[in-house]
Design a protein around this ligand. Structure first.
Ligand SMILES: Cc1cc2nc3c(=O)[nH]c(=O)nc-3n(C[C@H](O)[C@H](O)[C@H](O)COP(=O)(O)OP(=O)(O)OC[C@H]3O[C@@H](n4cnc5c(N)ncnc54)[C@H](O)[C@@H]3O)c2cc1C
Length: 393
């Protein structure tokens, strides 16, 4: 067995793990990232695309913002199509001039990997059978298998940034962990295509056939979603069937102008609200999807991961540079306070815009009343905008 030592062992080389590793390394704090998959596999996952300003700021602080600032798009508003109308949510006017950055998670991850390479950061890919040990002691360690050998990393702290299906959360005893979960009775079928976007801003559509979203990654790369039953499989949806269904759920003028093309990626994501408490167990800290999941309506998943990383980064800095551990002690409480607000917002927006199978005619009228209220009240729009651009850390 080989034995190495680091200060912070990070499980998971997704955006959370890489961002924390990069931020800490720039401050002279040593990390090792253990990732189960290959780099190509991680970069092949098409996911988030809307970044809050807090995330953008962290990327700047990590020294990884150059390409994002050149190629990403600042969005100052988005559209909601409902009841034959299209209303705009003005982020700039309603949220004190704030905006969001449209820049794909794949590109964020690529920029973080490039930065890790440039600094000589250690990211171990294809690390199998990762196991966490002695988490409540002062000498935790992590073991993994690679190339037929077993390896051990001794460390001060372990960060579990290994997503919803990772090993870190499962390493916390079940009598310590409390899990809250809500599974929605539908998923999002997403298509990525090399076509210009349907509009310059995102369009969220509530429709009697189900929810739809026109999103984008750039002016030549579009991302579209439609709500589908959980029983559907992506391979059962031809491109033609997808475009046809999408057009039916969009306002006529948007559908008429929609440029379609072959899908370059097609997948179904189930919708789930999930929180695990606490986010700290001994010297293990959970971050990102390892601790919480939101339905993608409102784009809070990656952004909530970023706020965890902010709190952890500040906590580790104070611990290593000033000997002050209060930030790490309070991490779970602070991170969860913001996470639950993001959970609430994503749940509310999902309820506002989706067609639930069991909805009665009363439920439908209430949903319409919620939308009517939203677009008749500046206060309601300001609340939506405040949450959409991201609550303060
Ligand atoms: C369709 C879709 C659309 C989305 N849209 C948005 C959006 O617009 N805005 C937004 O903010 N969020 C969005 N999200 C959510 C966002 O993608 C996630 O919140 C984000 O990926 C979380 O990052 P993470 O690093 O915490 O976890 P992950 O990205 O899941 O990364 C975890 C990493 O850990 C690795 N791993 C897992 N198990 C192990 C193990 N045992 N050992 C070692 N490594 C392991 C995995 O391979 C993975 O690379 C969307 C998600 C989906 C599915």
């Amino acid at each position: 067995m080989t034995i190495t030592r680091t200060q912070v062992a990070i499980i998971g080389g997704g955006p959370s793990g890489l961002l924390l590793s990069q931020l800490l390394h720039r401050q002279g704090i040593d990390t090792v990232v253990l990732e189960r998959q290959s780099r190509d596999y991680v970069l092949g996952r098409i996911r988030a695309g809307v970044l809050e300003q807090g995330f953008v700021q962290l990327m700047r602080e990590a020294g990884c913002a150059t390409r994002m600032e050149a190629e990403g798009e600042q969005h100052h508003g988005f559209m909601i199509a409902h009841q034959g109308r299209m209303d705009r949510v003005d982020l700039q006017g309603s949220a004190n001039g704030a905006s969001v950055m449209v820049y794909g998670q794949t590109e964020v991850t690529r920029d973080l990997y490039d930065a890790r390479d440039e600094m000589g950061g250690e990211v171990v890919h294809l690390a199998e059978n990762v196991r966490l040990h002695e988490l409540t002691s002062q000498h935790p360690y992590v073991t993994y298998e690679k190339d037929g050998g077993t390896h051990r990393v001794d460390c001060d702290f372990v960060v579990g940034a290994d997503g919803f299906h990772g090993v870190s959360r499962k390493s916390i005893p079940s009598d310590v962990l409390c899990e809250y979960e809500k599974i929605y009775p539908f998923g999002w079928l997403g298509v990525l295509s090399n076509t210009p976007p349907a509009a310059s801003e995102l369009i969220y559509a509530r429709h009697e056939r189900g929810f739809a979203l026109c999103s984008l990654r750039s002016q030549v790369l579009s991302r579209y979603y439609i709500q589908v039953p959980l029983t559907d499989r992506a391979e059962d949806w031809s491109d033609e069937a997808f475009w046809s269904e999408l057009k039916k759920r969009l306002p006529q003028q948007v559908a008429d102008g929609l440029e379609t093309g072959p899908s370059i990626e097609k997948s179904i994501a189930p919708l789930r609200s999930f929180v695990a408490e606490p986010m700290r167990y001994g010297n293990l800290f959970l971050a990102g999807d390892a601790a919480h999941i939101v339905p993608p309506t409102g784009a809070k998943g990656l952004n909530s991961a970023a706020s965890d990383i902010h709190y952890l980064y500040q906590g580790f800095l104070a611990h290593y540079q000033k000997g002050d551990s209060a930030g790490l002690e309070n991490y779970s409480q602070k991170a969860l306070a913001r996470v639950w607000k993001a959970e609430r917002f994503s749940w509310w927006m999902t309820n506002l815009l989706h067609r639930f199978p069991e909805m009665s005619k009363t439920d439908l009228r209430l949903q319409c009343a919620d939308l009517d209220y939203l677009f008749s009240s500046e206060a309601a729009q300001a609340s939506l905008a405040e949450n959409y651009v991201g609550l303060p850390y």
